[in-house]
Design a protein around this ligand. Structure first.
Ligand code: PEP
Ligand code: MG
Length: 333
């Protein structure tokens, strides 16, 4: 089993008809880095930076962030790293920001409140420090670095974030800090129904999309992702979620803009044919899922996936979609 995995690690994630698929890793804590290397990830598609802000009573300064991002970038040895700026709020609890240092109130409904980019735009010094740290790391490496904004719901949030980003770039240039010739791209998470349905407008402001199906399913279905009582309703195969994924993907592809799926859905081998069929070519997932997903990719034909996705998208009942997904490959796509 171990040597089989080692062999698989060296094989490309490519379909039978030679379509290349990029399999990247999500990283939540640096301790996962060895696993990522082992899994044969093509870079990190989602570096969640919340770990830097958790379990502490103060905030990490720019230097501490530079050190943390550098560690990750170096471990990836030339492969790309997409760094998501702080996604405070929702189910992600960060004490130092909640009380004491920066008193932010989660509000009566944290998932619908001051979360992600909303909070950062209210506290631009936090965002500036994070942008500065990321830009400094990008300037000190040849690896492609990208920046990702969480919880975007309107194009204006991307515009405002980009203004701050450009301001930080100018400040670093004035100080003589080396920056890469091509600045890191600035992308938007598509993880609310509003963002997905306005993806064509957000695409005009963002350089790339990362579709976050964890939150997208939660907000679309009005099912808290952490609430066990309604867990049976939490289903990324609900046609409403799939239609939003499709809409956002097509908005990006029309503009030839990079788009990935980085929710848990991306790491489910059963769902790979569907996602490829919808036009997705980059999947970012838990590192441990990469080998099995790669195995599946290497058995697929894109035409079959596209035909299969069309069949799935005609269905309105999640139960029927589940059956189709489980039956993929049996008796023709
Ligand atoms: C998502 O919402 O799908 C996502 C990838 O982000 P997170 O799980 O960190 O909220
Ligand atoms: Mg999310």
């Amino acid at each position: 089993e171990k040597s089989r995995l080692a062999k698989l690690r060296r094989l490309p994630a490519i379909t039978v008809d030679a379509e290349e698929v990029e399999l990247q890793a999500n990283l939540e804590i640096p301790a996962e880095l060895p696993l990522i290397a082992q899994a044969g990830a093509q870079g990190i598609g989602l570096l969640r930076t919340e770990f830097l802000f958790m379990n502490r009573e103060d905030l990490p300064d720019e230097e501490a962030q530079v050190a943390a991002y550098t560690q990750v970038v170096e471990a990836m040895a030339g492969d790309g790293v997409t760094i998501r700026v702080l996604d405070w709020g929702g189910e992600k609890d960060m004490q130092a920001l909640a009380d004491g240092i920066e008193p932010f109130h989660a509000g009566p409904n944290p998932a619908l409140g001051l979360r992600g980019i909303r909070m950062l735009l209210k506290k631009p010094d936090l965002l500036e420090a994070q942008f500065a740290a990321i830009l400094r790391v990008a300037g000190a490496t040849a690896s492609p670095i990208r920046v990702l904004l969480p919880m975007v719901t309107v194009p204006e949030e991307v515009r405002q974030a980009r203004e701050i980003y450009d301001r930080v770039v100018r400040r670093l240039r004035r100080r003589g800090v080396p920056l890469p010739d091509k600045l890191p791209l600035l992308g938007a998470m598509i993880e609310t129904p509003g963002a997905a349905l306005a993806a064509d407008a957000i695409a005009l402001e963002a350089d790339f999309f990362a579709i976050g199906t964890n939150d997208l399913a939660m907000y679309t279905l009005a099912v808290d992702r952490a609430e066990t009582e309604v867990a049976h309703l939490y289903d990324p195969l609900h046609p409403a979620v799939l239609r939003l994924v499709q809409f956002a993907t097509e908005a990006a592809l029309r503009l030839r803009m990079p788009v990935s799926v980085c929710g848990e859905m991306a790491g489910n081998p059963r769902l790979v044919p569907l996602l490829l069929g919808l036009g997705i070519r980059t999947l970012s997932m838990n590192a441990s899922a990469i080998p099995r997903v790669k195995q599946v990719v290497r058995t697929l034909k894109i035409d079959d996936c596209a035909r299969f996705a069309r069949r799935v998208m005609e269905q309105g009942d999640p139960k029927r979609i589940q059956e189709l997904v489980m039956g993929f490959g049996e008796g023709g796509a």
